[in-house]
Design a protein around this ligand. Structure first.
Ligand SMILES: Nc1nc2c(ncn2[C@@H]2O[C@H](COP(=O)(O)OP(=O)(O)OP(=O)(O)O)[C@@H](O)[C@H]2O)c(=O)[nH]1
Ligand SMILES: [Mg+2]
Length: 313
């Protein structure tokens, strides 16, 4: 596919079009993803999540710049599950990272809700695949919040960073247990403010209670992102974690599990489409519904009939 070739050669407009294609599950997306699959698996995907305004974008911007010193190719997907595609927060991200947009080897993409949250995490993971296959060394996924929805989005990541800040009120109490489990490390940003040490200490204590069974001990780091403090340490931590994942075999396990889920999802979508198409094409759906309404049969019996019908053909 020409678009895939152009994107892989570094044509940014082709890359943008390719991502749009797979995000929207356009008909050509399958062909594109078929070709891209071979090239995936090299990038480290990093999820960055945390409360609104905690400094995730500022931090991401600085991490990208640090990695650019080593000439790494870096992509950022800024996800905002709460705002529509043209949301204000997203515009803010664009402005804050605008100087990075001029860099040929940095690619930034914003994403907002598209109907459902499930749709958003699917779009994020599709975009991640494209970027990985186009030889980006690092793909950051920034997503606001600390709830279940963010946890789902972050599942596409190899490494998850949870950003906290002092002054959230009942800070740590407000953190759900889930967030402790998804963090591969924690960054207490805005360490120029009072209470950062306490937040870090409390996090450490909660993690200690949690981690007896873990091989990887999630580090708690501090940063002042807007002053570029603590950034090199976080980059080192990101790399350490990837090394750990590879050497322990955990990366292979994670990726295998993800593939299993994906494969079964593709199969079930495909089967569903085939059956639904067939039932509708032959005008049988109306017939089936009529007999259901008349209580001539029940849905479970009908499902058997439908499946047998599909197997026959
Ligand atoms: N004092 C202080 N301010 C910071 C620090 N890091 C970021 N900020 C400021 O905090 C504000 C929010 O930063 P963002 O990077 O937009 O935070 P965010 O988490 O991406 O925000 P959302 O995406 O809207 O959730 C900005 O005004 C930053 O300049 C820090 O370490 N210390
Ligand atoms: Mg942001």
């Amino acid at each position: 596919m020409e678009l895939v070739q152009r994107a892989r050669q570094g044509d940014r407009r082709a890359l943008a079009r390719l991502i749009t294609l797979v995000e929207n599950e356009a008909p050509e997306a399958v062909e594109a993803l078929q070709e891209l699959y071979l090239f995936t698996g090299k990038a480290q995907v990093i999820g960055i999540t945390g409360p609104p305004g905690s400094g995730k974008s500022t931090l991401t911007d600085k991490l990208v710049k640090e990695l650019r010193k080593e000439k790494k190719k870096v992509a950022v997907i800024a996800v905002d599950p709460t705002s529509p595609f043209t949301g204000g927060a997203i515009l803010g991200d664009r402005i804050r990272m605008s100087d990075l947009n001029l860099d040929e080897d940095v690619y930034i993409r914003s994403m907002g809700t598209r109907g459902s949250l499930g749709g958003l995490s699917a779009a994020t993971s599709a975009a991640t695949k494209v970027l990985d296959a186009c030889d980006f060394d690092y793909v950051f996924i920034e997503t606001v919040g600390v709830g279940q929805s963010e946890v789902d989005i972050v599942k596409a990541a190899d490494t998850t960073i949870v950003v906290m800040v002092p002054g959230l009120g009942d800070d740590i109490q407000a953190i759900k247990a889930g967030i402790l489990e998804i963090g591969d490390f924690f960054v207490v940003n805005k360490a120029d403010r009072d209470g950062a040490n306490r937040v870090a200490l409390e996090l450490r204590m909660m993690l200690d209670l949690n981690e007896q069974k873990l091989v990887w001990q999630p580090p708690v780091l501090m940063s002042v992102a807007n002053q570029n403090q603590g950034i090199a340490e976080i980059v080192a931590g990101i790399k350490d974690h990837f090394t750990y994942l590879k050497e322990s075999g955990e990366l292979a396990i994670k990726r295998r599990e993800r593939l299993e889920k994906e494969l079964l999802e593709i199969v079930s979508k495909k089967i569903y489409r085939q059956i639904a198409d067939k039932v509708q094409r032959e005008g049988k759906l109306k017939q089936y519904l009529d007999s259901l309404m008349k209580k001539e049969t029940d849905p479970y019996t009908l499902v058997k009939v439908i499946l047998q019908d599909v197997i026959k053909t």
